[in-house]
Write a protein that binds this ligand. Structure first.
Ligand code: FEO
Length: 393
């Protein structure tokens, strides 16, 4: 049977999930995804690196059966089930195999997958194992994107097996990156959705990998990087403290008043020389919203008042923005109301993780009038002024 070879005695045994549309019942996957797994065959021992999502058991077991070898080690970089979920199936086939993981990952795998303690060989940060003519070094990289995560460096071939780190949700038959702009966008979206909340940790993790000479990065989702600098430099940009001259306007409108305000703000900001990205919250892909948050300096949430508070779609957006902890420097709120409510206070209460300065909101009664449009102009001028102060324009 044919198998997919990366280099001599290093094989891809992952599964492409062309049809998956949602991850964590939350994140849209417009390009599908893959669960990458690898086999590294040394002169004495063989290691399987990660498994696949349990929904792909049949395909995964078929792929590992194509490699004519016994598995001695199962390396588990990360306890999340899209990579670890089939470890019990591999242990059924190879009961003497040892699961190699970080000490914290071991405890999580015991809880999540009910794997017996005796099946593990927990490794410390920097520890290595020999497969004979190939050596695998394990490097703890906490919080990409769970606390227990680690990566593996194959010293002889200079391959970094990075698990979720540097990954992309992208179903493709390409084993290696061929379309850099496509992969850039998918990897950035992936970073935004799950890595961005842990930006300070990722800064440290990237520094820790700096001394390694890396020829290939083999992640657990999406294609393999033959040009590691492409993705490492992209990550350095995303995790930097710098923001760009961009404003995001997530909005929802019931009868058109808030939409009128949002449209006027968007146009005025564009005239002021800013890049503006409006998101209609009734139809927006939240992955695109997350992606826009990687670089944005300012967010302005636009919402009507309903049931005395912000529209639930605006609450959802605010909660998400807050949870993703983007680098935003400024935030504001605009919207309309019919007879009263606590929209601004309630919405501000969902943004407590942000280090952003709140610019005076603009809330209007009913459909906006001349005075209200003037207040939107003032808000836009204030945002432009602040962007200029930050040397973004
Ligand atoms: Fe791809 Fe965090 O699992």
């Amino acid at each position: 049977m044919k198998h997919r070879t990366i280099k001599s005695n290093i094989f891809f045994t992952g599964v492409i999930d062309w049809d998956r549309k949602l991850f964590d019942e939350l994140i849209p996957l417009p390009e599908g995804t893959s669960y990458n797994s690898y086999i590294v065959q040394g002169s004495e021992k063989t290691a399987l690196i990660d498994t696949a999502d349990p929904s792909k058991k049949k395909e995964f077991l078929k792929n590992i059966s194509k490699i004519d070898t016994k598995i001695d080690y199962i390396i588990s970089h990360h306890a999340e089930q899209d990579h670890s979920g089939l470890i019990p199936e591999v242990l059924n086939l190879y009961p003497d195999a040892k699961v190699i993981s970080s000490t914290q990952c071991k405890e999580m795998l015991k809880e999540l997958l009910l794997i017996d303690d005796s099946q593990f060989k927990a490794v410390e940060d920097g520890e290595a194992i020999s497969l004979g003519d190939k050596n695998l070094k394990f490097i703890y990289t906490p919080w990409v994107h769970w606390p227990e995560t680690m990566v593996t460096y194959l010293e002889e071939d200079k391959i970094l097996f990075s698990c979720d780190f540097f990954g992309s949700h992208l179903a493709t038959s390409d084993l290696f990156v061929t379309d850099e702009p496509l992969v850039y966008r998918a990897a950035k979206r992936y970073y935004a959705e799950i890595m961005m909340p842990f930006r300070p940790f990722i800064q440290k993790d990237i520094e820790k990998l700096q001394p390694l000479e890396i020829k290939l990065i083999a992640p657990s989702h999406g294609p393999i990087y033959e040009n590691p600098d492409f993705i490492i430099e992209a990550y350095k940009d995303w995790i930097s403290d710098e923001t760009k001259n961009e404003v995001i306007v997530p909005y929802v409108s019931m009868h058109g008043s808030t939409k009128e305000l949002a449209d006027y703000l968007v146009d005025t900001l564009i005239d002021g020389g800013l890049t503006v990205k409006p998101f209609n919250l009734t139809t927006a892909d939240i992955g695109d919203l997350a992606l826009a948050l990687v670089d944005a300096s300012t967010v302005v949430i636009a919402t009507p008042t309903v049931l005395t508070g912000p529209h639930p779609s605006a609450v959802y957006a605010a909660y998400l923005v807050n949870a993703l902890r983007p680098k935003l420097k400024f935030a504001s709120i605009i919207g309309s109301y019919g007879w009263g409510g606590r929209t601004v206070d309630l919405l501000k209460g969902f943004l407590t993780n942000l280090k952003a300065e709140i610019i005076e909101p603009v809330i209007v009664k009913g459909f906006p009038k001349e005075e209200d449009f003037k207040n939107i102009e003032k808000l836009a001028e204030e945002i432009v002024r602040k962007h200029k102060e930050q040397n973004l324009i």
